[in-house]
Design a protein around this ligand. Structure first.
Ligand code: ATP
Length: 267
């Protein structure tokens, strides 16, 4: 769930994320190991915090992997939706941004995740007026305050990197741009396997093969999650209406449940 503004260690593990191996390695290097062994980084003089911007089409795992990073590092995670930060606090925007970073520092190590971050940066100097201008300037001040940011890592996510204000893309801000692509054939299988961990999949089902089905070609991770859910429902309904299988513990999802489920998902 995406509970705005609260800090907690998320329960998403690496094993719940399918594909995205390169991205995972980047995060291991820049965030996870750094939180686990800060002394090594200090010894070698690495002291600037790195900010990331994940970009790509919706539903491909940007939020999910950021949560897994936090879990892996044992760090807190604060989820902020760009447009809501903008709307909620108009009038006391600088204070809101300052409070946000203070909260993040208080619970550091912490990953501060800005979803739809482009909403925060595109309006600078445009229709938003001086209130928005001040919010954004405060955001830049906080992002640049590397010394005070100790243990606070910012990750932004957007579908529209092209509309981002350039000032935000500098090193130390949302400076490391990483494309989160829609899954290819093999990655679809990996995502289904990752999602499938939480479902009673029959041993006869090869999720890697289902990922190769033509009908799944344009599916995002979110579409695959929806597919899994539909298949589970189909299995459940079948079992509920059959008289033989009274023992619910033996209920499983079979390949026959995926085929009809496909018709319910429009990528
Ligand atoms: P948005 O831009 O809409 O916020 P996003 O890229 O942040 O999209 P997520 O919120 O991470 O997408 O993904 C939505 C859901 O889709 C996840 O909760 C998960 O169920 C599923 N999903 C997406 N990508 C993956 C993946 N790589 N592995 C496993 N599940 C995934």
């Amino acid at each position: 769930s995406k509970r705005e503004g609260f800090s907690a260690i998320p329960n998403v593990k690496w094993e719940n994320v399918g594909g995205l191996d390169l991205l995972r390695k980047e995060f291991e290097r820049y965030i996870v190991r750094r939180i686990k062994h800060p002394e090594n980084y200090e010894k070698f003089g690495v002291n600037s915090e790195t900010g990331f911007l994940l970009y790509g089409p919706p539903g491909c795992g940007k939020t999910l992997i950021a949560k897994a990073v936090a879990n892996e590092a044992g760090a807190n995670f604060i989820y902020i939706k760009g447009p809501e930060l903008l709307n909620k606090y108009v009038g006391e925007s600088e204070l809101a941004v300052r409070t946000l970073f203070t909260r993040a520092r208080t619970c550091s190590p912490c990953i501060l995740f800005f979803d739809e971050v482009d909403a925060l940066t595109t309006r600078r100097g445009k229709e938003g007026g001086w209130v928005v201008e001040r919010l954004l300037n405060q955001l830049l001040i906080e992002l640049d305050g590397a010394d005070q940011r100790r243990g606070v890592f910012v990750v932004g996510a957007t579908n529209r990197p092209d509309v981002m204000d350039r000032a935000f893309l500098r090193p130390g801000r949302f400076g490391k741009l990483i494309y989160v692509s829609p899954p290819n054939t093999d990655e679809r299988g990996l995502i289904l396997k990752a999602i499938g961990r939480k479902y009673p999949i029959d041993a006869s089902v090869d999720l890697g093969e289902i990922g190769k089905w033509k009908a799944c070609e344009n599916f995002s991770g979110a579409d695959l999650a929806a597919l899994m859910d539909e298949a589970a429902m189909a299995a459940l309904e079948e079992k509920e209406t059959s008289i033989e299988s009274l023992d619910a513990s033996s209920w499983t999802i079979k390949e026959t449940h995926f085929q009809p489920a496909l018709t319910k998902i429009i990528p």
